[in-house]
Design a protein around this ligand. Structure first.
Ligand SMILES: Nc1ncnc2c1ncn2[C@@H]1O[C@H](COP(=O)(O)OP(=O)(O)OP(=O)(O)O)[C@@H](O)[C@H]1O
Length: 238
């Protein structure tokens, strides 16, 4: 469903992503972990076409990632939510519904707004929303078109505990529905139980990419070691 080959992204002379290769099968949930500055957001932004890659090939559902066919397949939740100042919460959802031709959008929008406690905020303008509310709107907009592939970049940032709990539940539901998900997060426990595979990035490279149990075995971690223990071991400075 997603193929990334030889992806390089340079900012000026600096390599942020250093020729990485990975793929996601349909229905796979993959947690993308890595210390600050590892290249996670840059990788996601290149995949969704927000940043121009320096080199490499990216295909989504077999289509070039910049094609309309690819864009119909995925949603992206950015690290920093962007809302339109002069659209209300409901109008954001209406805009997405029209752009993606979502049927029965009002009912579906209502469902997601209820899930994220936005019903009483539905007439609030984007510019008047708190950071957490903006993040909730961004997540609702991404879920509304029912995409096959979801890219979440730090989805929990700014969310209150109830919204974090709901988002973890939604991850499980999306997984059960067979969605393909790549989620970058520092909240390691939020992906530990649902991820089929964990990818760990450091300095623009993928330094681990396997199931949690295989990663533990290859890095001589005890079976009862947590993903956090493994992460800290793998990313420690020599
Ligand atoms: N717009 C930019 N211009 C120049 N360098 C950048 C830019 N954005 C990111 N970088 C650099 O690219 C590297 C990767 O950054 P990136 O934001 O992808 O990391 P990350 O893994 O998402 O980090 P975090 O966990 O802090 O969000 C870092 O060295 C960062 O300083």
């Amino acid at each position: 469903m997603l193929e990334v080959e030889g992806l390089i992204k340079k900012y000026g002379n600096q390599y942020a992503v250093n020729g990485i290769n990975f793929s996601l099968e349909g229905g796979e949930v993959v947690g993308l972990l890595g210390p600050n500055g590892a290249g996670k957001s840059t990788t996601m932004k290149c995949i969704v076409g927000l940043l121009r890659k320096t080199a490499g090939e990216i295909r989504i559902g077999g289509h070039d990632h910049l094609s309309v066919e690819a864009k119909k397949l995925f949603s992206y939740i950015p690290e920093t939510p962007h809302v339109y100042d002069l659209l209300t919460v409901q109008e954001h959802l209406q805009f997405i519904a029209q752009a993606y031709s979502v049927s029965d959008w009002k009912q579906k929008a209502e469902h997601w707004m209820e899930m994220y406690e936005l019903i009483d905020k539905k007439d609030k303008l984007g510019r008047d929303l708190s950071k957490g509310m903006r993040q909730k709107v961004s997540i609702c907009c991404a879920l509304l078109p029912d995409p096959k592939v979801l890219f979440f970049d730090e989805p929990m940032i700014g969310l209150d505990p109830k919204a974090i709990k709901n988002t973890k539940r939604i991850f499980r539901e999306l997984k059960e529905q067979g969605k393909t998900i790549l989620v970058s997060t520092h909240l390691i426990d939020s992906v530990e139980s649902i991820a089929d595979r964990i990818m760990i990035m450091k300095d623009g490279n993928i330094i681990g990419n396997d199931t949690l149990s295989n990663l533990k075995a290859s890095f001589n971690q005890e079976n009862d070691a947590s993903l956090e223990d493994l992460f800290l071991e793998l990313t420690k400075d020599e």
